[in-house]
Design a binder for this molecule. Structure first.
Ligand code: NAD
Length: 316
Protein backbone atom coordinates (compact mmCIF):
# COMPACT_ATOMS: atom_id res chain seq x y z
CA UNK A 1 0.00 0.00 0.00
CA UNK A 2 1.39 3.37 -1.04
CA UNK A 3 2.03 5.87 1.76
CA UNK A 4 1.69 9.64 1.28
CA UNK A 5 2.78 12.49 3.54
CA UNK A 6 0.07 14.47 5.26
CA UNK A 7 0.82 18.16 4.75
CA UNK A 8 3.61 19.28 7.08
CA UNK A 9 2.86 16.75 9.81
CA UNK A 10 5.50 14.21 8.84
CA UNK A 11 2.81 11.51 9.13
CA UNK A 12 2.80 8.99 6.31
CA UNK A 13 -0.70 7.70 5.71
CA UNK A 14 -1.76 4.75 3.59
CA UNK A 15 -3.56 6.05 0.51
CA UNK A 16 -6.54 3.92 1.45
CA UNK A 17 -7.66 4.83 4.96
CA UNK A 18 -10.07 2.81 7.10
CA UNK A 19 -13.27 4.77 7.74
CA UNK A 20 -14.67 3.34 10.94
CA UNK A 21 -18.16 4.82 10.88
CA UNK A 22 -19.58 1.45 9.74
CA UNK A 23 -18.23 -0.04 12.99
CA UNK A 24 -20.83 2.13 14.74
CA UNK A 25 -23.55 0.29 12.76
CA UNK A 26 -24.14 3.41 10.70
CA UNK A 27 -24.63 1.38 7.51
CA UNK A 28 -26.29 -1.65 9.16
CA UNK A 29 -25.32 -3.98 11.98
CA UNK A 30 -21.71 -5.16 12.08
CA UNK A 31 -21.00 -7.89 14.64
CA UNK A 32 -18.01 -7.06 16.86
CA UNK A 33 -16.01 -10.08 15.72
CA UNK A 34 -16.46 -9.01 12.10
CA UNK A 35 -15.38 -5.45 12.92
CA UNK A 36 -12.25 -6.63 14.71
CA UNK A 37 -11.36 -9.01 11.87
CA UNK A 38 -11.83 -6.19 9.33
CA UNK A 39 -9.45 -3.88 11.19
CA UNK A 40 -6.89 -6.66 11.58
CA UNK A 41 -7.05 -7.57 7.92
CA UNK A 42 -6.79 -3.91 6.91
CA UNK A 43 -3.68 -3.43 9.04
CA UNK A 44 -2.12 -6.61 7.67
CA UNK A 45 -2.83 -5.35 4.16
CA UNK A 46 -0.90 -2.12 4.73
CA UNK A 47 -3.66 0.25 5.86
CA UNK A 48 -2.20 2.28 8.73
CA UNK A 49 -4.80 5.06 9.04
CA UNK A 50 -8.05 4.68 10.97
CA UNK A 51 -10.68 7.42 11.34
CA UNK A 52 -13.54 7.48 13.84
CA UNK A 53 -15.68 9.86 15.91
CA UNK A 54 -17.67 9.77 19.15
CA UNK A 55 -20.69 10.50 16.94
CA UNK A 56 -20.53 7.25 14.97
CA UNK A 57 -23.01 4.89 16.54
CA UNK A 58 -23.16 7.04 19.66
CA UNK A 59 -19.54 6.16 20.65
CA UNK A 60 -19.77 2.51 19.50
CA UNK A 61 -17.34 3.01 16.60
CA UNK A 62 -14.62 4.32 18.93
CA UNK A 63 -15.14 1.51 21.42
CA UNK A 64 -14.99 -1.23 18.80
CA UNK A 65 -12.04 0.37 16.99
CA UNK A 66 -10.21 0.60 20.34
CA UNK A 67 -10.70 -3.12 20.95
CA UNK A 68 -9.63 -3.96 17.42
CA UNK A 69 -6.45 -1.85 17.61
CA UNK A 70 -5.53 -3.32 20.97
CA UNK A 71 -6.00 -6.82 19.56
CA UNK A 72 -3.41 -6.04 16.84
CA UNK A 73 -0.78 -6.16 19.60
CA UNK A 74 1.68 -3.99 17.66
CA UNK A 75 3.58 -0.86 18.75
CA UNK A 76 1.39 2.24 19.00
CA UNK A 77 3.53 4.06 16.44
CA UNK A 78 2.60 1.51 13.77
CA UNK A 79 -0.86 2.98 13.24
CA UNK A 80 -2.39 6.44 12.95
CA UNK A 81 -5.70 7.20 14.64
CA UNK A 82 -7.92 10.17 13.97
CA UNK A 83 -11.01 11.01 15.96
CA UNK A 84 -13.24 14.04 16.31
CA UNK A 85 -15.02 16.25 18.80
CA UNK A 86 -17.98 18.60 18.92
CA UNK A 87 -20.57 16.29 17.35
CA UNK A 88 -22.40 13.74 19.47
CA UNK A 89 -25.53 11.61 19.35
CA UNK A 90 -27.07 14.23 21.67
CA UNK A 91 -26.17 17.12 19.34
CA UNK A 92 -23.38 19.62 18.71
CA UNK A 93 -21.20 21.29 21.33
CA UNK A 94 -18.02 23.02 20.23
CA UNK A 95 -17.34 24.72 23.57
CA UNK A 96 -13.77 24.52 24.89
CA UNK A 97 -15.03 22.71 27.96
CA UNK A 98 -16.88 20.01 26.01
CA UNK A 99 -14.14 19.30 23.46
CA UNK A 100 -11.52 19.11 26.22
CA UNK A 101 -13.60 16.55 28.09
CA UNK A 102 -14.44 14.82 24.82
CA UNK A 103 -10.89 13.85 23.97
CA UNK A 104 -10.44 12.23 27.38
CA UNK A 105 -13.59 10.18 26.79
CA UNK A 106 -12.40 9.22 23.30
CA UNK A 107 -8.99 8.15 24.59
CA UNK A 108 -10.64 5.94 27.17
CA UNK A 109 -12.89 4.27 24.59
CA UNK A 110 -10.02 3.89 22.14
CA UNK A 111 -7.75 2.58 24.92
CA UNK A 112 -5.02 5.01 23.82
CA UNK A 113 -2.82 7.62 25.53
CA UNK A 114 -3.03 9.98 22.57
CA UNK A 115 -4.64 10.25 19.15
CA UNK A 116 -2.68 11.33 16.10
CA UNK A 117 -5.33 13.70 14.76
CA UNK A 118 -8.20 15.41 16.58
CA UNK A 119 -10.73 17.18 14.37
CA UNK A 120 -13.69 19.45 15.04
CA UNK A 121 -16.51 17.38 13.55
CA UNK A 122 -18.83 19.01 10.99
CA UNK A 123 -18.15 22.58 11.97
CA UNK A 124 -20.87 24.05 9.73
CA UNK A 125 -23.31 23.01 12.47
CA UNK A 126 -21.61 25.30 14.97
CA UNK A 127 -20.78 28.99 14.93
CA UNK A 128 -17.67 29.29 12.75
CA UNK A 129 -16.58 32.23 14.88
CA UNK A 130 -16.72 30.01 17.96
CA UNK A 131 -14.67 27.40 16.08
CA UNK A 132 -12.01 30.04 15.33
CA UNK A 133 -12.02 31.83 18.67
CA UNK A 134 -12.73 29.05 21.16
CA UNK A 135 -12.64 25.50 19.77
CA UNK A 136 -9.39 25.61 17.82
CA UNK A 137 -7.49 27.29 20.70
CA UNK A 138 -8.81 24.50 22.97
CA UNK A 139 -7.54 21.89 20.51
CA UNK A 140 -4.16 23.65 20.43
CA UNK A 141 -3.95 23.26 24.20
CA UNK A 142 -4.79 19.57 23.86
CA UNK A 143 -2.00 19.30 21.32
CA UNK A 144 0.44 20.97 23.72
CA UNK A 145 -0.73 18.59 26.46
CA UNK A 146 0.10 15.60 24.23
CA UNK A 147 -3.49 14.35 23.95
CA UNK A 148 -3.29 14.69 20.18
CA UNK A 149 -0.37 15.16 17.83
CA UNK A 150 -2.21 17.18 15.20
CA UNK A 151 -5.49 19.04 14.83
CA UNK A 152 -7.99 19.69 12.07
CA UNK A 153 -11.53 20.43 10.96
CA UNK A 154 -14.14 18.51 9.00
CA UNK A 155 -17.42 19.31 7.29
CA UNK A 156 -19.38 19.27 4.03
CA UNK A 157 -19.62 22.83 2.59
CA UNK A 158 -16.24 23.69 1.13
CA UNK A 159 -16.54 27.38 2.11
CA UNK A 160 -15.94 26.48 5.77
CA UNK A 161 -12.30 25.69 5.07
CA UNK A 162 -11.29 29.10 3.75
CA UNK A 163 -13.47 30.84 6.34
CA UNK A 164 -11.49 29.21 9.15
CA UNK A 165 -8.04 29.05 7.53
CA UNK A 166 -8.17 32.76 6.67
CA UNK A 167 -8.86 33.60 10.32
CA UNK A 168 -6.31 31.51 12.21
CA UNK A 169 -2.54 32.12 12.29
CA UNK A 170 -0.58 30.13 9.67
CA UNK A 171 0.35 26.67 10.89
CA UNK A 172 -2.49 26.50 13.43
CA UNK A 173 -4.36 23.74 11.66
CA UNK A 174 -2.59 20.63 10.40
CA UNK A 175 -5.32 18.87 8.44
CA UNK A 176 -8.71 19.18 6.81
CA UNK A 177 -11.07 16.28 6.15
CA UNK A 178 -13.54 16.87 3.34
CA UNK A 179 -16.15 14.32 2.32
CA UNK A 180 -18.33 13.58 -0.70
CA UNK A 181 -16.59 16.25 -2.78
CA UNK A 182 -14.00 14.16 -4.52
CA UNK A 183 -15.83 11.25 -6.04
CA UNK A 184 -17.03 10.51 -9.57
CA UNK A 185 -20.28 12.45 -9.14
CA UNK A 186 -18.76 15.47 -7.33
CA UNK A 187 -15.26 16.80 -7.91
CA UNK A 188 -15.56 20.25 -6.34
CA UNK A 189 -12.77 19.63 -3.81
CA UNK A 190 -10.24 19.69 -6.65
CA UNK A 191 -10.60 23.46 -7.12
CA UNK A 192 -9.85 24.06 -3.45
CA UNK A 193 -6.74 21.90 -3.25
CA UNK A 194 -4.24 24.59 -4.42
CA UNK A 195 -5.57 26.96 -1.73
CA UNK A 196 -5.35 24.24 0.94
CA UNK A 197 -1.80 23.42 -0.12
CA UNK A 198 -0.88 27.10 0.07
CA UNK A 199 -2.09 27.07 3.68
CA UNK A 200 0.14 24.05 4.40
CA UNK A 201 -2.65 21.76 5.58
CA UNK A 202 -2.83 18.08 4.72
CA UNK A 203 -5.93 17.02 2.80
CA UNK A 204 -7.94 13.90 3.55
CA UNK A 205 -10.81 12.94 1.30
CA UNK A 206 -13.59 10.83 2.81
CA UNK A 207 -16.53 8.99 1.30
CA UNK A 208 -15.21 8.08 -2.17
CA UNK A 209 -18.35 5.96 -2.59
CA UNK A 210 -20.44 9.05 -1.75
CA UNK A 211 -21.64 7.37 1.46
CA UNK A 212 -23.00 4.38 -0.41
CA UNK A 213 -24.40 6.14 -3.51
CA UNK A 214 -21.67 4.57 -5.64
CA UNK A 215 -22.28 0.99 -4.54
CA UNK A 216 -24.39 -1.81 -5.99
CA UNK A 217 -26.34 -2.06 -2.74
CA UNK A 218 -27.14 1.67 -2.80
CA UNK A 219 -27.16 4.20 0.04
CA UNK A 220 -28.67 3.83 3.52
CA UNK A 221 -32.15 5.21 4.31
CA UNK A 222 -30.75 8.35 5.98
CA UNK A 223 -28.70 9.39 2.92
CA UNK A 224 -29.38 13.11 2.29
CA UNK A 225 -29.01 13.10 -1.52
CA UNK A 226 -31.94 14.10 -3.73
CA UNK A 227 -34.03 11.39 -5.38
CA UNK A 228 -32.55 12.51 -8.72
CA UNK A 229 -28.96 12.01 -7.54
CA UNK A 230 -29.78 8.66 -5.95
CA UNK A 231 -31.41 7.40 -9.09
CA UNK A 232 -28.56 8.58 -11.36
CA UNK A 233 -26.04 6.77 -9.16
CA UNK A 234 -28.22 3.68 -9.17
CA UNK A 235 -28.29 3.81 -12.98
CA UNK A 236 -24.50 4.11 -13.05
CA UNK A 237 -24.14 1.13 -10.70
CA UNK A 238 -26.48 -0.96 -12.83
CA UNK A 239 -24.58 0.00 -15.98
CA UNK A 240 -21.31 -1.16 -14.43
CA UNK A 241 -22.87 -4.39 -13.21
CA UNK A 242 -24.28 -5.18 -16.64
CA UNK A 243 -20.75 -4.76 -18.04
CA UNK A 244 -19.36 -7.10 -15.39
CA UNK A 245 -17.71 -4.15 -13.60
CA UNK A 246 -18.02 -2.88 -10.07
CA UNK A 247 -18.93 0.76 -9.45
CA UNK A 248 -17.33 0.80 -5.97
CA UNK A 249 -13.99 -0.29 -7.33
CA UNK A 250 -14.10 2.36 -10.04
CA UNK A 251 -15.19 5.04 -7.56
CA UNK A 252 -12.42 4.28 -5.08
CA UNK A 253 -9.81 4.19 -7.83
CA UNK A 254 -11.09 7.51 -9.15
CA UNK A 255 -10.51 9.16 -5.75
CA UNK A 256 -7.08 7.58 -5.34
CA UNK A 257 -5.69 9.04 -8.56
CA UNK A 258 -5.27 12.57 -7.15
CA UNK A 259 -1.86 12.64 -5.48
CA UNK A 260 -2.53 15.96 -3.72
CA UNK A 261 -4.89 14.06 -1.49
CA UNK A 262 -3.01 12.14 1.15
CA UNK A 263 -5.53 9.48 2.03
CA UNK A 264 -8.96 8.40 0.86
CA UNK A 265 -11.12 7.24 3.74
CA UNK A 266 -13.51 4.50 2.75
CA UNK A 267 -15.97 3.06 5.23
CA UNK A 268 -15.47 -0.68 5.61
CA UNK A 269 -17.51 -3.24 7.46
CA UNK A 270 -16.10 -6.66 6.47
CA UNK A 271 -12.90 -8.47 5.56
CA UNK A 272 -14.34 -8.91 2.09
CA UNK A 273 -14.74 -5.14 1.60
CA UNK A 274 -11.22 -4.50 2.87
CA UNK A 275 -9.95 -7.14 0.46
CA UNK A 276 -11.80 -5.57 -2.47
CA UNK A 277 -10.65 -2.04 -1.66
CA UNK A 278 -7.02 -3.00 -1.15
CA UNK A 279 -7.13 -4.95 -4.42
CA UNK A 280 -8.62 -1.90 -6.17
CA UNK A 281 -5.70 0.25 -4.98
CA UNK A 282 -3.14 -2.35 -6.06
CA UNK A 283 -4.75 -2.78 -9.45
CA UNK A 284 -4.79 0.98 -9.96
CA UNK A 285 -1.07 1.17 -9.22
CA UNK A 286 -0.34 -1.71 -11.58
CA UNK A 287 -2.56 -0.95 -14.55
CA UNK A 288 -4.37 2.38 -14.11
CA UNK A 289 -8.09 3.06 -14.15
CA UNK A 290 -10.65 1.61 -16.56
CA UNK A 291 -10.99 4.80 -18.65
CA UNK A 292 -13.76 3.43 -20.85
CA UNK A 293 -16.12 2.55 -17.99
CA UNK A 294 -15.19 5.73 -16.14
CA UNK A 295 -16.20 7.88 -19.07
CA UNK A 296 -19.49 5.97 -19.45
CA UNK A 297 -20.25 6.48 -15.76
CA UNK A 298 -19.31 10.16 -15.95
CA UNK A 299 -21.74 10.49 -18.82
CA UNK A 300 -24.59 8.90 -16.86
CA UNK A 301 -23.85 11.20 -13.91
CA UNK A 302 -23.46 14.37 -15.98
CA UNK A 303 -26.99 15.73 -15.21
CA UNK A 304 -26.27 15.55 -11.47
CA UNK A 305 -22.58 16.50 -11.58
CA UNK A 306 -21.49 18.32 -8.41
CA UNK A 307 -24.98 18.19 -6.95
CA UNK A 308 -24.75 18.22 -3.17
CA UNK A 309 -27.20 18.77 -0.30
CA UNK A 310 -27.59 21.39 2.43
CA UNK A 311 -25.62 20.90 5.62
CA UNK A 312 -25.27 23.11 8.68
CA UNK A 313 -26.79 26.24 10.14
CA UNK A 314 -27.10 29.79 8.87
CA UNK A 315 -23.95 31.64 9.96
CA UNK A 316 -24.45 35.14 11.34
P1 NAD B 1 -18.11 5.73 1.85
O1 NAD B 1 -18.28 6.54 0.65
O2 NAD B 1 -16.75 5.27 2.21
O3 NAD B 1 -19.13 4.51 1.75
C1 NAD B 1 -19.27 3.59 2.78
C2 NAD B 1 -20.27 2.52 2.36
O4 NAD B 1 -19.72 1.78 1.28
C3 NAD B 1 -20.52 1.51 3.48
O5 NAD B 1 -21.85 1.04 3.37
C4 NAD B 1 -19.54 0.41 3.15
O6 NAD B 1 -19.92 -0.81 3.74
C5 NAD B 1 -19.61 0.40 1.64
N1 NAD B 1 -18.43 -0.17 0.97
C6 NAD B 1 -17.13 -0.03 1.28
N2 NAD B 1 -16.34 -0.72 0.44
C7 NAD B 1 -17.18 -1.32 -0.44
C8 NAD B 1 -16.97 -2.17 -1.56
N3 NAD B 1 -15.76 -2.54 -1.94
N4 NAD B 1 -18.07 -2.60 -2.23
C9 NAD B 1 -19.32 -2.23 -1.86
N5 NAD B 1 -19.57 -1.42 -0.83
C10 NAD B 1 -18.51 -0.96 -0.11
O7 NAD B 1 -18.74 6.58 3.06
P2 NAD B 1 -18.37 6.78 4.58
O8 NAD B 1 -18.19 5.50 5.32
O9 NAD B 1 -19.36 7.75 5.09
O10 NAD B 1 -16.98 7.55 4.53
C11 NAD B 1 -15.75 6.94 4.84
C12 NAD B 1 -15.21 7.39 6.18
O11 NAD B 1 -14.83 8.76 6.13
C13 NAD B 1 -16.20 7.32 7.35
O12 NAD B 1 -16.27 6.00 7.86
C14 NAD B 1 -15.60 8.31 8.29
O13 NAD B 1 -14.50 7.73 8.96
C15 NAD B 1 -15.09 9.40 7.35
N6 NAD B 1 -16.09 10.48 7.15
C16 NAD B 1 -15.97 11.61 7.89
C17 NAD B 1 -16.90 12.62 7.75
C18 NAD B 1 -16.77 13.85 8.60
O14 NAD B 1 -15.82 13.99 9.35
N7 NAD B 1 -17.68 14.79 8.53
C19 NAD B 1 -17.96 12.51 6.86
C20 NAD B 1 -18.04 11.37 6.08
C21 NAD B 1 -17.08 10.36 6.23
Amino acid sequence: MELRELGRTGLKLSTVGFGASPLGNVFGTVPEEQAIASVRFAFQSGINFFDTSPFYGGTLSETVLGKALKALNVPRSDYIVATKCGRYKEGFDFSAERVTKSVEESLERLQLDYVDILQCHDIEFGSLNQIVEETIPALQKLKEAGKTRFIGITGLPLEIYSYVLDRVPPGTLDVVLSYCHHCINDTTLEDLVPYLKSKGVGVINASPLAMGLLTEAGPPEWHPASAELKSACQAAATHCKEKGKNISKLALQYSLVNKDITSVLVGMRSVEQVEENVAAARELAASGIDEETLSEVENILKPVKNQSWPSGIQQS
